[in-house]
Design a protein around this ligand. Structure first.
Ligand code: SF4
Length: 147
């Protein structure tokens, strides 16, 4: 059953573009761990790409800073359809400590879904690599259904 599900969601190799829009980098370090040999998401077919134009999955970390908000929308538009957006960490999901503690924060917009539609939420501060991989598998499954 699991093997069939994995085969279905990983029919094509999903390419990922990572967008960091603020925060403390904790989530980025955990995401980087997913790419490193211990967790090695490339063995599932995931590939990190350097252009949103080549990506299927947009991974977003950190709360959106006001300065970075136009860039988030622009990058989202550059990812071709069908696309899936994955918000990683409390900051991307809800604004985290930057926004929840201080909703009037002069520099922060808040969660990513205030600017672009988010399909998968991976909460945690920071989430563990296992949780991030779980979110990416869900994204790949959603992508396979959209194709
Ligand atoms: S969710 Fe936590 S670890 Fe991730 S960027 Fe925000 S403060 Fe840092």
């Amino acid at each position: 059953m699991l093997r069939r599900l994995l085969r279905r969601c990983l029919r094509a190799s999903p390419w990922i573009y990572h967008l960091h829009c603020g925060g403390c980098n904790g989530c980025d370090i955990e995401f980087a761990a997913c790419l490193a040999p211990r967790f090695d998401i490339e063995r599932f077919g995931f590939l990190l790409v350097t252009s949103p134009r080549h990506a299927d999955i947009l991974v977003v970390t950190g709360p959106v800073s006001k300065q970075y908000a136009p860039m988030v929308k622009r990058v989202y538009e550059q990812v071709p359809k069908p696309k899936v957006v994955v918000a990683i960490g409390a900051c991307a999901c809800s604004g985290g400590i930057w926004h929840e503690e201080d909703p009037e924060n002069y520099a922060i917009v808040g969660s990513v879904d205030q600017l672009i539609p988010v399909d998968i939420y991976v909460p945690g501060c920071p989430p563990k690599p296992e949780a991030i991989i779980n979110g990416l598998i869900k994204a790949a499954l959603q992508l396979a259904e959209a194709r």
